[in-house]
Design a protein around this ligand. Structure first.
Ligand code: GDP
Length: 369
């Protein structure tokens, strides 16, 4: 990253300003016209402050119509994936941000379904991208793949819960996981340091791959290197959120008011909110590249390994739709793999036959000429 973007990095700390207008310049130029697409998923038990944090990060109310279910409803509720999209514009740069919330996660006694719902959602976005990529309108593909997942960890435990470990293990090959300790204001500095260390140890012991910030190039300027070093040191980011503006010694701040004082969300001495936001906006491009080059490629090669070549799959899906059949390849969970394979084989044979006919016709034309 250039020294230009390193300088921009510090201006991210301007209050009331998200900072993505300072994305590295090469992306900046592209995104001015087209807009920049980014999808963030937030996962964590309900009540950990996910919506408050997301609203504070992007300075917008992403969930104006949300109704919070009561405890009994929560027990019955399975995880529900809710994408909300907002368009934010800063200094002429547009960001089309989609936040996928996962209400109901961790509320059930057995959370196996939560995982499968989330995995299914992530895979569906990959699948859609794969189909679009193999289609005709490649230039205008909407990228809804999940580029980053904030995983919220409770500050009240003594490290990771079995649920946290299981989730991260199942998802780390599909998405960039950024672990976040919620409600940082409930712990002292020492307690927080201890919790961070414990979490990092547990992540390493369980071979969990979280998103790791890339190394700086040796020719980067020192200021930028230092900032990235600080970001790396802050992982897992301990954050607090608030949606209220308070006045502290003549300054307007976003914060939480307690009888003993104010916790300022954007004060780096109080929590890592500013660092988390800086990490996100300065590494949006890297998060997208890893999604494309690692996670999406994993998905694509797994699909190929299963013997389902994407263009044929897309063609088969279209052909099935044209024949008025249900799109069993993409939508129908109840259909077994053998049924899908059979349809695909049929379609592939059909394509082969068509190719042969075209080849025959071409050779006949050549002969007559
Ligand atoms: P979600 O269910 O994870 O989306 O959680 P919400 O954002 O709805 O927050 C649940 C409750 O926690 C609300 O009463 C918030 O005011 C409170 N809350 C949110 N963020 C924080 C925080 O950083 N610290 C503390 N102490 N409370 C918070």
């Amino acid at each position: 990253m250039s020294s230009e973007s390193a300088k921009n990095f510090s201006s991210i700390e301007t209050p009331g300003y998200v900072g993505f207008a300072n994305l590295p310049n090469q992306v900046h130029r592209k995104s001015v016209k087209k807009g920049f697409e980014f999808t963030l998923m937030v996962v964590g038990e309900s009540g950990l402050g996910k919506s408050t944090l997301v609203n504070a990060l992007f300075l917008t109310d992403l969930y104006p119509e949300r109704v919070v279910p009561d405890a009994i409803e929560k027990m019955k509720q399975t995880v529900k994936l809710e994408p909300s999209t907002v368009e934010i514009e800063e200094r002429g740069v547009k960001l089309r941000l989609t936040v996928v919330d996962t209400p109901g996660y961790g509320d059930a006694i057995d959370n196996t379904d939560s995982f499968s719902e989330i995995i299914r959602y992530i895979d569906e976005q990959f699948e859609r991208f794969l189909t679009d990529e193999s289609g005709l309108n490649r230039k205008n593909i909407m990228d809804n793949r999940i580029h980053c997942c904030f995983y919220f960890i409770s500050p009240f435990g003594h490290g990771l819960k079995p649920l946290d470990i299981e989730f991260m293990k199942q998802l780390h090959n599909k998405v960039n996981i950024v672990p976040v300790i919620a409600k940082a204001d409930v712990l002292t500095k020492k307690e927080m340091q201890r919790l961070k260390k414990k979490i990092l140890d547990e992540i390493a012991e369980n071979n969990i791959k979280i998103y790791s910030l890339p190394e700086c190039d040796s020719d980067e300027d020192e200021e930028y290197k230092e900032q990235v070093r600080q970001l790396k040191q802050a992982v897992p980011f301990a954050v607090c959120g608030a949606n209220t503006q308070l006045e502290v010694r003549g300054r307007k701040v976003r914060g939480r008011l307690y009888p003993w004082g104010v916790v300022e969300v954007e004060n780096p001495e109080h929590c890592d909110f500013v660092k988390l936001r800086a990490m996100l906006v300065t590494h949006m491009q890297d998060l997208q590249e890893i999604t494309q080059q690692v996670h999406y490629e994993n998905y694509r090669s797994e699909r190929l390994a299963k013997g389902v070549p994407p263009p044929a799959a897309a063609a088969a899906a279209v052909a099935a739709a044209q024949h008025g059949k249900r799109n069993t390849l993409v939508d129908d969970k109840s259909t077994g793999v053998t049924e899908k394979d059979r349809i695909l084989q049929e379609k592939e044979a059909e394509l082969r036959r068509m190719k042969e006919v075209i080849a025959q016709m071409q050779s006949q034309i050549q002969q007559t000429q």
